[in-house]
Write a protein that binds this ligand. Structure first.
Ligand code: MF3
Ligand code: CO
Length: 251
């Protein structure tokens, strides 16, 4: 069942999402050639501690960190490492979740490190746009797969592919609640969207083929063809006035 959240609950989720947005903003300002993904993890951990919230991912099925940091051909769930030094031309996806007072917030974005090519910038732009295409369809009366379809359509129109093995999700008292939200599929299928649904939409878009595999660390998902992948995620609430993006700085 997809639980509908009250105004009070949505405000709780909005609070957690606000911290997540601050962390992503702060890390975005740090990202530069020479820093490591562990530097990002440490900065996030400190922010989380100062704000008196808890990390959502650390300990989740044994995941070791507050952040997922996924570089270049890494799609999602890259584990921060002091050995992973970012260099100019890289892209790095940063995914972070927190919980406060029983409610989760979750968001991600992919950053350029130093100078990236126009080609790579286009991957980032189209991926973020595909997230917004999905958000536009998150309105009462539509069906769930209208979101999925809009994401896939925009990614493929740009010459890219949408990852199939990972999905967006409902969020609230759980990090992953129903429904699962694929980033591909035909329109008009699945449950009707209703005010009070809170969803984490998270397209993962590949430069090449959509297939991914998980490395021997048990977490890091990479593209099978080792071409680049980008990831953007927002937590949104469906309201009578349309979608409300909770994980924005001014959310
Ligand atoms: N945003 C991702 C998700 O919703 C991050 C989860 S990482 C994990 O699944 F470690 F918590 F699995
Ligand atoms: Co998520």
């Amino acid at each position: 069942v997809i639980t509908l959240k009250s105004r009070y609950e949505i405000d709780k989720i909005r609070y957690s999402c606000g911290i997540v947005a601050e962390i992503l903003q702060h890390l975005g300002e740090m990202i530069a050639p020479g820093i490591t993904t562990m530097d990002l993890e440490q900065a996030a951990e400190e922010w989380i501690r100062k704000k008196k919230v808890k990390p959502a991912f650390k300990g989740y099925h044994g995941y070791p960190c507050c952040l997922c940091t996924s570089v270049n051909e890494e799609v999602v769930h890259g584990i921060p490492s002091a050995r992973r030094v970012l260099k100019s031309g890289d892209i790095v996806g940063v995914d972070v979740g927190v919980i406060h007072d029983g409610y989760y917030g979750d968001a991600a974005r992919t950053y350029a490190v130093g100078t990236i090519t126009a080609d790579v910038q286009r991957l980032l732009t189209v991926t973020e746009e595909s997230l917004y295409k999905g958000i536009e369809k998150a309105v009462s009366g539509n069906r769930l797969s209208d979101i999925s379809h809009a994401i896939q359509r925009h990614a493929e129109a740009g010459g890219y592919s949408a990852v199939r093995d990972f999905v967006g999700h409902g969020i609230g008292r759980g990090l992953h609640e129903e429904p699962q939200i694929p980033n591909y599929g035909p329109p008009g299928r699945g449950p009707k969207l209703k005010p009070g649904m809170v969803l984490a939409l998270e397209p993962m878009i590949n430069q090449g083929r959509y297939e991914v595999e998980v490395l021997d660390d048990g977490w890091t998902a990479v593209t099978v063809d080792r071409k680049l992948s980008a990831h953007f995620e927002h937590t949104i609430a469906i309201t009578d006035d349309g979608p409300s993006i909770l994980s924005r700085l001014d959310g």
